[in-house]
Design a protein around this ligand. Structure first.
Ligand SMILES: CSC[C@H]1O[C@H](OP(=O)(O)O)[C@H](O)[C@@H]1O
Length: 323
């Protein structure tokens, strides 16, 4: 299955990202409830993939409720609220809801359009970002560092930050990718590493806390990350741990790039202060692979994202170009 998420015979089909890298399996989600649960446990995740999930979820609701539009809208509201930070989820829901008057087929057609658009948009944004990396980094081949997973698994297909790697790797311009493991859910160690291995790109996984040292030792030419919500002034919400990366990159004078589709830009908010950051359960921090690693009494501070000020970002690149 090349697409991370798709529509198949009346159901939403996803790659189960909770099972990777140990097992590659797909899940068929037949109801909005099943889809919301999959979103909340990150079986499907990543801003562009969530945009598609939101639209496909409205298609499920429209087929289930028919002319009972209040029930469709109730399901749509629950979908949009499944995870608050990535603007794409509500963006996908709203795009699909906009076709509700045309009936279930019109809603599904809009969701399918989002699926078809995504790869083209990601290829374009990551191509422009790769050109910007080449313009700003002298060394060849390049050593890139990334955080979390912004590859094909975070999108319908291709990827955003990792899309830059694919373009550069195809041209023989990647020496190595450093993939932050990205605690606590390890999207980097589990998903980015899986994608890099699948693509045959040389890579090393590192603890998030080692990234600044890799940068300080001159091991990294640039940092490239994805995004979940970009404010009008280009302050950017992304996986927790992105902000300290940007601080280290700025301190050591290496470029820091954010790559995202325009659908991740939220022009309705002036700056990052307005971005709602999802707080997740303490157990994600106090346990590891189902084993407790902290005392029973331990509580955790577990924000799923942080906000990087635009001043620390060398360039935010979308399919429209450098913001
Ligand atoms: C290309 S968007 C990827 C973006 O989403 C991830 O968050 P999560 O794994 O919680 O969905 C992370 O912030 C990535 O940069």
């Amino acid at each position: 299955m090349r697409r991370t998420i798709d529509w198949n015979d009346g159901a939403v089909l996803i790659i189960d990202q909770c099972a990777l890298p140990v097992e590659y399996r797909t899940l068929r989600l037949r109801t909005v409830g099943e889809l919301i649960a999959a979103i909340q446990r990150l079986a499907v995740r990543g801003a562009p993939a969530l945009g598609a999930a939101g639209a496909l979820g409205v298609a499920l609701a429209a087929r289930a409720h028919g002319e009972d539009l209040d029930s469709v809208r109730r399901d749509a509201t629950a979908l949009a609220g499944a995870r608050p930070t990535a603007v794409n989820l509500s963006w996908g829901v709203e795009r699909a809801l906009g076709k509700l008057a045309g009936g279930p087929d019109a809603v599904l057609a809009e969701a399918r359009t989002i699926l078809d658009e995504d790869e083209r948009v990601n290829r374009a944004a990551s191509r422009l970002a790769a050109d910007e990396v080449l313009r700003r980094c002298e060394r060849r081949p390049l050593r890139l560092l990334t955080h979390c997973n912004a590859g094909r698994l975070a999108t319908v297909s291709w990827g955003t930050a990792l899309g830059v790697v694919w373009h550069l790797h195809e041209a023989g311009l990647v020496e190595q990718v450093f993939a932050d493991e990205t605690r606590p859910l390890l999207q980097g160690a589990r998903l980015t590493a899986w994608e890099l291995a699948e693509a045959g790109v040389p890579y090393r996984v590192l603890p998030d806390s080692a990234a600044a040292t890799a940068i300080a030792r001159g091991m990294v030419d640039c940092v490239v990350v994805g995004a979940d919500r970009i404010a009008a002034n280009s302050d950017t919400a992304n996986k927790i741990g992105t902000y300290p990366l940007a601080l280290a990159a700025a301190h050591h004078g290496i470029p820091f790039f954010v790559v995202a589709p325009e659908s991740t830009v939220d022009e309705s908010i002036p700056d990052g202060a307005a971005i709602v950051v999802e707080e997740r359960d303490s157990a994600e921090v106090t346990s590891f692979a189902g084993t407790r690693v902290a005392p029973e009494s331990a509580r955790a501070f577990n924000p799923a994202f942080d906000v990087t000020p635009a001043a620390l970002i060398t360039a935010v690149v979308t399919e429209k170009g450098v913001r």
